[in-house]
Structure formats: structure tokens, C-alpha cells
Design a protein around this ligand. Structure first.
Ligand SMILES: Cc1cc2nc3c(=O)[nH]c(=O)nc-3n(C[C@H](O)[C@H](O)[C@H](O)COP(=O)(O)OP(=O)(O)OC[C@H]3O[C@@H](n4cnc5c(N)ncnc54)[C@H](O)[C@@H]3O)c2cc1C
Length: 396
């Protein structure tokens, strides 16, 4: 507990992501369709005294964005991390596909992903095991989009291969289904919850405090400080506020009278299907047309229709029609023979209008910093993006 925090009824000690995981849903610890953030949550027993914290910084949102930046800031500042849900990483962070793919996304994203890789391979704090383990990625040309594969190979340094080589690299590809592909051998499988827990533990070891069931609902200026109130009625005070609220970024921004970024939360579905096919050596394989991707996950195939449906912040449900469409598309080019769904979930990937992460001071609200818009790359960019955010904050 931070010395400036009093009466910490729900300042979390050993609460780690995954505590609320359900049997059905993402295997990484997030929740499937639960944890509706639009409802106010209160964990403080009625009648108990409120926390009053005077800090150097308040970070809002304990997904990967919030924990990584809170950790960086806590090197030389007193930081409190406020999370609306009763468990951190309940939303997008607990629902990802858990991959690092350096050839994925726009140039700025690829730059931060590349800078993050050494920190994912060798984190600057203790983790329970490796965070990043080798995986390969094959981008396949389908639906007449072979030129897009060639462009991707050129832009990202991936190796351009012909159909026969693609079939060798991905043994479940149907013979003749693919004419050209790009092979990225540098990709990694990530232990997202391991990374998230590592950040949280290291943050707390530096004196940082996580408070859950603490949705920020009010904010006011008092001199050079922000005075922030949560649904539990607790009040925190600091000259710096960081918005790392993911899909809720604009909602939280409005509380502070900040700019409206016009963030777009877009639903993405994931499902796992059993298969009789031999999954040995099957790489992460993605259609270049964004129609699907799949990877081997134990004895199942983890697959996404790559849907990107605009939706209000909340807990999205998997899209059954998209699942059916993706199964058909995967079965068309592979011998996986997907027929049923063992489990499925969905999360919101939140985009800024230009598709790049927003890491900057607000132009209207003083002492208010944006750390949102991580879209579909927030895990693989996290270490370097958090360092960049902390540098910008320190430079001010
Ligand atoms: C299906 C899917 C697959 C993905 N696959 C990958 C992948 O393979 N690799 C990769 O790098 N990325 C992937 N992503 C993207 C990645 O998961 C996100 O970019 C990342 O998790 C975003 O983290 P975040 O902390 O910004 O958001 P979140 O994890 O959603 O965290 C935001 C937090 O803010 C809290 N909050 C909101 N409002 C308030 C408030 N008022 N007060 C307090 N707290 C509040 C929320 O409760 C939430 O916990 C995937 C995403 C999805 C949906």
C-alpha cells in the first residue's frame, strides 16, 4: 500500500488478471462476454471510509496499456492505477490472440513492435516463464490479392514464397489453393497474462498501487491538480492523469473536458475448433484479405474471422455469422475440416481515426495525457510504447 493511500479496502494486494476467468472463453485469463463496464461496480463495503490518495500520477485503466505505462512512471513517481472492473485485464487485454508479428500493421506499429521485441524476450522484471516464444507466420495470397502479399514481403522483409513452398511451410494448406505467400520466421507466441502480471508485480514493487472496482466518473481541477472520483466514492488527487481506458477512451476524456478523439472500438471474434488434422508444424496463417487467421493451440485450431465491426464500448459477444463464414473460408484453403466450435469470445480493438496509437498530451485539458488507440497491436507494442509515453511525460 502506498503511504499516501488511506483505508485501502479495495486497494489490491495480490489480485492478478485471470482471477475471474471463466471455463469458456479466452485461455489467457480475460472474461468471455462478462464484466459489463457500463455498470457501476463497488467493492468497498457500504459505510467504510473512502480512500483519499495524493499522488504524482493517476493512470486510468489496468489493461496492458495502463499497467505498462504505470510501471514506467513508477520508477520516479507515486502512481495509482484505477481500474473499473473487479479484476484487471478483463477487457481487450484478456481476449487477444497472444501473438507478436513484426510484419503486421502500419509502419508506426511495426516500429514499436520491433522496439518491444528485446523487452518481450528479456523483460526488465521477473516473470513466471518466458513471455515470448518462437512461432512463424505465413501470409497467404487469396481472393486475387497476391500483389498485396508481394507488397507486404517487400515492406516488411518477409520472404516471398511460391505455392509449393507455402504448402511445405503450412502442411494443412490444400494443394494448389495458394500461389504466393510471405513467410515471417520472426513471429512469437506471447504469454499475455504473464506479461501483464509481470508489469503489475514490478509496479507494486516500486510502490505503485492498483485499485480495482474503481471506475472514474468525475474529475475537477483544483489548482494544478486533478481531483478524480470513482464509482466507490473514493477521491484521488494528482497533477497528472493518464487515460489508458481502451475502448472507453473518449468516455473518460469527456469526464476531463478533453478533446474528443473519435476513437472507434471494433469487435473482433476468436473461436477454437477441434480438428482431426495433424497440427505439427502449422504456423500462424493469415489470409492477406483479412478474411481469417488461424494458429494451432494444443489439439485445436484458434481462428479469427478478422471481423472489425464498429460497436459501443462494452463486452462484445462473438459473432456467430462471422464464425461460420471464417470456418468456410478456412476449410476452402486447408484440410483442417473445421466443423464445430469448442469455445469463442470477442474483444474490442480500438482505433484512432488514422489507425496509429495516440500517445500525447491533450490539447485542451492540462495535465492530461492520452495513451489509447492501440488497436490490434497493443500487446506486441506495449513495452516500447510505454517507454515512449513515459519519456514524453517526463520531457514536459
Ligand atoms: C480478438 C483480439 C485479438 C487480438 N490479438 C492481438 C495480438 O495477437 N497481439 C497484439 O499485440 N494485440 C492483439 N489485440 C489487441 C490488444 O489486445 C489490445 O490492443 C490491447 O489489449 C489494448 O489494451 P488496453 O489496455 O488499451 O485496453 P483494455 O485491455 O481494454 O484496458 C482498458 C481498461 O480500462 C478500464 N476502464 C475503462 N473505463 C474506465 C474508467 N472510467 N475508470 C477506470 N477504468 C476504466 C477497462 O475496464 C479496461 O480494463 C487483439 C485484440 C482482440 C480483441
Amino acid at each position: 500500500m502506498h503511504p499516501h493511500l488511506r483505508e485501502g479496502h479495495h486497494a489490491v494486494g495480490e489480485t492478478f488478471p485471470g482471477a475471474a476467468a471463466e471455463p469458456s472463453g479466452p485461455p489467457y485469463g480475460g472474461m468471455s462476454g462478462e464484466g459489463d463496464n457500463s455498470q457501476s461496480v463497488r467493492s468497498t463495503p457500504i459505510g467504510s471510509a473512502a480512500i483519499m490518495g495524493e499522488m504524482d500520477a493517476i493512470v486510468i485503466g489496468a489493461g496492458i496499456a495502463g499497467v505498462s505505462l504505470a510501471y514506467e512512471l513508477s520508477a520516479d513517481r507515486e502512481v495509482v492505477l484505477l481500474e473499473a472492473e473487479s479484476s484487471p485485464a478483463t477487457h481487450t487485454t484478456g481476449r487477444s490472440a497472444a501473438t507478436w508479428i513484426g510484419s503486421y500493421g502500419p509502419p508506426i506499429v511495426r516500429r514499436f513492435a520491433a522496439e518491444s521485441l528485446p523487452l518481450l524476450l528479456d523483460p526488465p522484471f521477473e516473470t513466471d516463464g518466458p513471455v515470448a516464444t518462437p512461432m512463424s507466420c505465413l501470409w497467404i495470397g487469396i481472393n486475387g490479392r497476391d500483389d498485396d502479399v508481394r507488397r507486404l514481403a517487400q515492406d516488411t522483409g518477409s520472404t516471398l514464397v511460391d505455392g509449393a513452398e507455402a504448402e511445405r511451410l503450412c502442411p494443412v494448406l490444400r494443394p494448389g489453393a495458394v500461389a504466393v505467400a510471405a513467410w515471417d520466421e520472426t513471429a512469437k507466441d506471447l504469454d499475455v497474462m504473464g506479461l501483464h502480471q509481470g508489469y503489475l508485480r514490478a509496479f507494486r514493487a516500486r510502490g505503485g498501487t492498483l485499485v480495482t472496482s474503481a471506475r472514474v466518473v468525475e474529475a475537477a481541477r483544483d489548482g494544478a491538480d486533478w481531483v478524480v472520483t470513482t464509482t466507490a466514492g473514493d477521491v484521488f488527487r494528482a497533477p497528472l492523469v493518464v487515460n489508458a481506458a481502451g475502448a472507453w477512451g473518449d468516455i473518460v476524456g469527456a469526464v476531463f473536458g478533453a478533446e474528443r478523439l473519435r476513437l472507434e472500438p471494433r469487435r473482433r471474434t476468436i473461436f477454437q475448433s477441434p480438428t482431426r488434422a495433424d497440427l505439427t508444424g502449422v504456423p500462424f496463417t493469415a489470409g492477406i484479405d483479412d478474411g481469417f487467421y488461424f494458429k494451432a493451440e494444443g489439439d485445436t485450431v484458434l481462428c479469427s474471422p478478422q471481423d472489425a465491426t464498429l460497436q459501443e464500448p462494452g463486452s462484445p459477444r462473438p459473432d456467430e455469422l462471422e464464425i461460420a463464414r471464417a470456418m468456410e473460408a478456412v476449410n476452402e484453403v486447408t484440410t483442417l475440416g473445421l466443423r464445430s466450435v469448442r469455445t469463442s469470445w470477442a474483444g474490442l480493438r480500438t482505433f484512432a481515426p488514422d489507425g496509429n496509437p495516440v500517445v500525447r498530451w491533450d490539447e485542451k485539458a492540462e495535465g492530461y495525457f492520452w495513451f489509447v488507440g492501440q488497436a490490434g497491436y497493443g500487446i506486441q507494442m506495449a513495452p516500447a510504447l510505454a517507454r515512449h509515453g513515459a519519456e514524453l511525460i517526463r520531457a514536459a
